[in-house]
Design a protein around this ligand. Structure first.
Ligand code: NDP
Length: 267
């Protein structure tokens, strides 16, 4: 019950969705080099989208993800930029659209978790968490909203967290950033609803990735006790929801937050 083998994303996706579900779409997945973002990138690539994988510094992991998509017959490329840098994001996204065509799917997944007891919290930890998780989501959405509105087509998927719904001791900045992502999702969904641009969020529960790998078996056992399905999630569980939100399956949904958490939260 501790953790699942990481799934073969492309194979599973092609079993449950039509392999051309996202054909002709260009998707930008921030933080697509590892973990949940990687699973989403692999899923989109397996279902026909051209995938642009953003990463912060881990070029090797990003290139490996591109390689996996290309080897399974998909189209992908990777690009390094820091999502928290407003001007850099605007310029880079503009250049990406020129090179690869209009981006119709954006997944704001890049995130960090700088945790500490609140009374020990450093300003730099707070700023880094909010700048990456919340401002990064604003920056990338801002870079694409206008062109999506003009085309009357767009899907923005923001990766929040159950912690943004429930709070968590030791994670004040992270919880604030993830709750902020949910409020942002609702406000932007209202603004763009009339232009056929849909904005939804996913709130993953405990998912097995580098971000969560540092926990001891003892802490992990305590976490699993609180998960009704009694196991941690595989990144593919989040990718399945991201495909749903990126595809026409979710055509009448906007401003929603889907919890993908094995039943941890019910709201
Ligand atoms: P990982 O730590 O495994 O991966 C983080 C990814 O984000 C990497 O691709 C990293 O790039 C990228 N990244 C980090 N900072 C930046 C930045 N400033 N600019 C661009 N890219 C950046 O995280 P997870 O896969 O676990 O998490 C992905 C998202 O899901 C996050 O938003 C996280 O908060 C959220 N989440 C995760 C949960 C979990 O249990 N794992 C639960 C709930 C939510 P690089 O490889 O170059 O470092």
């Amino acid at each position: 019950k501790k953790s699942t083998e990481l799934a073969d994303v492309a194979t599973v996706m092609k079993q449950i969705y039509a392999p051309t579900l996202l054909a002709g779409k260009v998707a930008l997945v921030t933080g697509g080099s590892r973990g949940i973002g990687k699973a989403i990138a692999l899923a989109f690539g397996a279902l026909g989208a051209k995938v642009i994988i953003n990463y912060a510094g881990n070029a090797q992991a990003a290139e490996a993800t591109v390689g996996e998509i290309v080897r399974s017959g998909g189209i992908a490329t990777c690009v390094q930029f820091d999502v928290s840098d407003f001007n850099l994001v605007q310029d880079t996204v503009k250049a990406l659209e020129k090179e690869h065509g209009s981006i119709e799917i954006l997944v704001n997944n890049a995130g960090v978790s700088r945790d500490n007891l609140f009374v020990k919290f450093k300003e730099e930890e707070w700023d880094n968490t909010l700048d990456t998780n919340l401002k990064g989501t604003f920056n990338c959405s801002r870079a694409l909203a206008m062109s999506m509105m003009r085309k009357r087509a767009g899907k923005i998927i923001n990766i929040s967290s159950v912690v943004g719904l429930t709070g968590n001791a030791g994670q004040s900045a992270y919880a604030a950033s993830k709750a902020g992502v949910i409020g942002f999702t609702k406000a932007l969904a209202l603004e763009l609803a009339g232009r056929n641009v849909q904005i939804n969020a996913i709130a993953p529960g405990y998912i097995s990735t580098d971000m969560t790998s540092a926990l001891s078996n003892e802490v992990l056992a305590k976490i699993i006790e609180k998960i009704p399905v009694q196991k941690v999630g595989d990144p593919i569980e989040v990718a399945k929801a991201a495909v749903f939100l990126a595809s026409p399956s979710s055509s009448y949904m906007t401003g929603q937050t889907l919890a993908v958490d094995g039943g941890m939260t019910m709201h």
